[in-house]
Design a protein around this ligand. Structure first.
Ligand code: EPU
Length: 429
């Protein structure tokens, strides 16, 4: 298994293009299951989770064609299976997103229960409850969620989400697009990725309104048609590069980004002392001359501060001046990176869902292990500013969600490279 080798060095400088958003691309590709006609999705990022989604859709009988610009054409006119097997669902929880579309179009679906996860228990009860409200009968048997509509169309329903769930909202929105009657999702997720999916569904002929607010109304239609849709930029990739520039004392410009989708993150970067400017589709960040100031963070659903940027800001605080509190309210166990940062010299105390971080000015290298996608990004960034060579193991997590991360960082002057699994550090050799 490959590792990443990062050497602490100078400031990041330059320009970088932001790829399409992973968490938008996955539901968009899966929405192809709702139509017999061709759906073309462009600006697809080059990621392992996209490959897994293609494998899953392929197993269901969807024909996929990828062109040289990484646009995917999906043709689900001849779906041959409605079963999402454990082997795929366990590697990517977003596979649960096939449950709504398959049940809505074919009246039956079997999707493996996703099982445990490094960042929390992550149940899917809200996806199930919503489909039941639309008239599906759901049984859990042998580790599979089995949904059946008894040959009827799903029916529009009023659904209240007890907790705000991004994929829960997306799953139910897709199912409701083909239901008989009107569905109202209350306490819906307001993330930009939900809006992107609604836009694509509408381009396919669906009648979705209110996406981006906490009440989404979907008037079901009998069938959906073809569409050509471009994935929105990845706001978390963008935020990750901005933090990389901030902590390395750098100055970068990112482009192909939608700045207003990053407002909570840009506010915190400004509060830490960075100069941030933005235009239509670009953001420039210049780190302060002196040290960064620590910033308190509380994660929550959009438009509040994203949980997917929490690990990167724990790192920022680890080297900033002052003491910060970071509270994680979305996932119960999303602080695995803290233990690794402590091994690199960070002064962090954990108490339940709160991390208290005393800035120490700098970190030193250590062999570290990635535990989930965003934790890995935090460790790669830590390696770029730590003294010495940091080896980051289990980087398959990072390949799931960051498009060519080492190439993009290297383009801005970072000293980072991929090394084979048997590579030993100088310290341990
Ligand atoms: N929850 C339930 N029951 C449900 C669904 C969710 O209790 O039926 C809980 C979860 O356990 C969690 C909270 O609700 O505590 C919010 O979870 P949500 O359902 O919103 O998360 P998700 O849809 O599984 C998506 C992203 C995550 C991102 C979260 C929060 C995708 C494919 N994944 O997950 O992205 O962290 O929303 O914004 O869109 C990542 O990219 O690294 C990542 C983990």
């Amino acid at each position: 298994m490959d590792k990443l080798l990062a050497t602490g060095g100078g400031p990041l400088k330059g320009r970088v293009r932001i790829s399409g958003a992973k968490n938008a691309a996955l539901p968009l590709l899966i929405s192809s299951l709702l139509t017999e006609e061709t759906l073309r999705i462009s600006n697809i990022p080059h990621l392992h989770d996209i490959t897994t989604t293609m494998e899953l859709l392929g197993q269901l009988g969807v024909k996929l064609q990828v062109d040289e610009k990484l646009a995917i054409e999906a043709d689900a006119s001849e779906v041959s299976s409605v079963i999402a097997p454990y082997e795929l669902v366990k590697t990517m929880r977003a596979s649960i997103l096939v449950l709504g579309p398959l049940t809505a179009r074919f009246g039956h679906a079997e999707v493996s229960l996703p099982g445990g996860c490094a960042i929390g228990s992550r149940p899917v009860n809200l996806h199930i409850k919503g489909l039941e409200a639309m008239g599906a009968e759901i049984k859990i048997e042998n580790g599979y969620i089995k949904a059946d509509t008894g040959g009827e169309r799903l029916k529009g329903a009023r659904i209240f989400m007890d907790l705000i769930s991004v994929t829960g909202t997306e799953n139910l929105m897709m199912a409701a697009a083909l239901a008989d009657g009107t569905t109202v999702i209350e306490n819906a997720a307001r993330e930009p990725e939900v809006i992107d999916l609604a836009d694509c569904l509408n381009a396919m002929g669906a009648k979705v309104s209110g996406a981006g607010s906490d009440e989404i109304i979907i008037e079901g239609v009998e069938r959906l048609g073809s569409a050509d849709h471009r994935v929105i930029p990845d706001r978390i990739e963008a935020g990750t590069f901005l933090v990389a520039a901030a902590i390395s004392g750098g100055e970068i410009e990112i482009h192909d980004v939608i700045p207003r989708q990053l407002e909570s993150v840009l506010d915190k970067l400004r509060e830490s002392g960075c100069a941030v400017e933005s235009g239509d589709n670009w953001i420039k960040l210049r780190a302060p001359e002196g040290t960064l100031k620590s910033v308190n963070i509380r994660t929550a659903p959009y438009p509040a501060f994203p949980t997917d940027m929490q690990a990167q800001f724990v790192l920022l605080n680890a080297i900033a001046e002052g003491t910060a509190t970071v509270v994680e309210t979305v996932f119960e166990n999303r602080f695995m990176h803290v233990h690794e940062l402590q091994r690199m010299g960070a002064d962090i105390e954990l108490d339940g869902n709160t991390a208290v971080i005393k800035g120490v000015g700098g970190l030193h290298s250590a062999p570290v292990m990635a535990t989930d996608l965003r934790a890995s990004a935090c460790l790669v960034l830590a390696g770029l500013i730590a003294e010495g060579e940091t080896i980051i193991d289990r980087i398959y997590h990072i390949d799931r969600g960051y498009d060519c991360i080492e190439e993009k960082l290297a383009q801005m002057g970072a000293m980072i490279r991929r090394v084979p699994g048997h590579y030993l550090s100088r310290q341990s050799a």
